[in-house]
Design a protein around this ligand. Structure first.
Ligand code: ZN
Length: 158
């Protein structure tokens, strides 16, 4: 069954807008375009974030001398697409998900996102405990709340 859901996430200190789209075809797998590999997954997750406008022009040492390029530069938008798979949790009472960025060659291993109990993500922002949190964890929690990640399958041990 085809399932498409979408929603927004709370803005953060870094991003003024964050949103997600979920697509599940029910096939239980997806192709990773960068490798051609077929991976098991519950569905595909797009996360879009928009950076807050750059405020460099407010720094005292640049006042009045800023090149027009910077003043006119639009706030950047980033879109990432992940294959999401649920794994056997490390601790009871939690759920563990693997988010594999299917386009980013820099990401070797999927980010492991734990929710319930201590919510955490093993991405750079998640490990570093950025105060505003990471988009992976926020999106997975939103997916659970939207009913996209029902517990119904045998889980793959990590
Ligand atoms: Zn993360």
């Amino acid at each position: 069954m085809l399932t498409v859901l979408s929603g927004t996430l709370e803005p953060t200190a870094t991003y003024c807008r964050r949103s997600w789209v979920w697509l599940s075809t029910g096939s239980g797998e997806a192709v990773v375009p960068r490798t051609g590999e077929v991976v098991p997954c519950l569905g595909l997750l797009w996360i879009t974030v928009q950076h807050r406008p750059r405020r460099w022009y407010e720094l005292p040492h640049t006042t009045g001398t800023l090149p027009a390029y910077f003043a006119k530069k639009p706030a950047g938008v980033e879109v990432d697409q992940y294959a999401v798979e649920e794994l056997e949790p490390e601790q009871p009472g939690t759920r563990l998900f693997a988010l594999l960025n299917i386009h980013d060659r820099e990401q070797g291993e999927p980010y492991r996102v734990t929710v319930g109990g201590v919510n955490r993500c093993r991405c750079l922002a998640g490990v570093c405990r950025v105060p505003s949190g990471c988009k992976h964890r926020s999106a997975v929690i939103a997916l659970i709340e939207a009913g996209a990640l029902e517990e119904s399958r045998e889980l793959v041990p990590y």
